[in-house]
Write a protein that binds this ligand. Sequence first.
Ligand SMILES: CC(C)(COP(=O)(O)OP(=O)(O)OC[C@H]1O[C@@H](n2cnc3c(N)ncnc32)[C@H](O)[C@@H]1OP(=O)(O)O)[C@@H](O)C(=O)NCCC(=O)NCCS
Length: 394
Amino acid sequence: MHSNKEMVKMGVLETGGVIQYSKGLEGVIAALSSISAIDGAQGKLIYRGIPIEMLAKYSTYEETAYLLLYGELPTKNALDEFTVLMRELRHIPPKVEMCITELPPNPHPMDILKVAVAHSGLYDPDQYRCCREGVMRKVIRIIAQIPTMIAYYHRARTGQEIVPPNPELGHAANFLYMLHGKEPDEEEARIFDIAMILHAEHGLNASTFAAMVTASTLSDINSAIVSAIGTLKGPLHGGANERVLKMLDEIGTPDRAEEYVLNALKEKRRIMGFGHRVYKTYDPRARILKEYAEYLSKKYNDTKWIEMGEKIEEIMIREVGKKGIFPNVDFYSGIVYQFLGIPRDLFTPVFTMARSVGWAAHVCEYTQNNRIFRPRAYYTGPDYVEYVPIEQRR
Ligand SMILES: CC(C)(COP(=O)(O)OP(=O)(O)OC[C@H]1O[C@@H](n2cnc3c(N)ncnc32)[C@H](O)[C@@H]1OP(=O)(O)O)[C@@H](O)C(=O)NCCC(=O)NCCS
């Protein structure tokens, strides 16, 4: 390990003093933003100042998307225009449709989404526009097209006819329609819409940060979204929701939850859907999703999943609540999605479909006053190593 003085000599630090290092960038402020704020101690989340609970109660995904992108709630006219635009832009280019529907059925749909978003960027009529309207259209086009990409791939891989977007339906209802080939009932469409609102934005999480890093090089928005999709896919981030259901399958019945959780904790295995870098209390989004998971369980008279979920929650809070580990957004979302007939491997793509607006809002905000992201690493290697010619190496 080198001293600070040695590091300065080696050009690693420009000045002496205390070396700042935060593993995983914990607690580091990397940008100024007026998009959302999380109070991790109180378990509060606001989008542009509005509490998430109010948006879940009164707003729609389209209105929330407008709020996140433009900074304020739309007037009636502005929302109407935005909604029309979102609906017009849902269609994906024919070549992208052909590519999606011909891709093999086995890759994870998140990998298909990376390909599809990258591919559709090639046909974006606003590809080379860098004016604000051009960028906004590009952004709204991606947000509008992602649900179509997911639904088309799913229909094709299951040997079903693709169902084109229905301009009469809102963003959430239209996705369920394209996925299932029939209009969802109003209540289910609304619950899905609320889930989309709750997943739309969450500060500088890993995928948003990945999008911002890509955009900060002045690359294009499609590249930024592709970076974000690849990042969201991981099990420590958006991929956790799918794994929660896998865990519930493994547990099987509520009476086996205690043994499973205690063993997992003893073996230092993570319980998916718990813990968060910022929340050290109950994630407010999980609280709302839990209510809908309970509601749908009663509606369909199928309470096994929610009973297991609630049992796990009780044990986790009892065992590790003092360490600040509570349910996060991914814990109950899977149960909700399952009741809405969404296949498990589409849970993370559905998260993508909601979060694309948060990614886009941060990219637009950051690049308006851009500075390339370029952190440093603390060098821990040897000071000097002699170069050994290959014939002398052993
Ligand atoms: C979200 C997450 C990656 C945050 O990680 P982080 O801020 O880096 O926290 P750490 O990995 O440093 O964990 C801190 C402590 O809590 C424990 N912990 C964190 N999440 C845990 C979980 N889900 N199950 C069991 N223990 C957990 C860690 O083992 C560690 O314990 P230790 O201090 O005794 O070693 C982490 O909580 C996790 O892996 N959760 C499961 C995946 C998940 O649900 N992701 C979705 C997030 S929205």
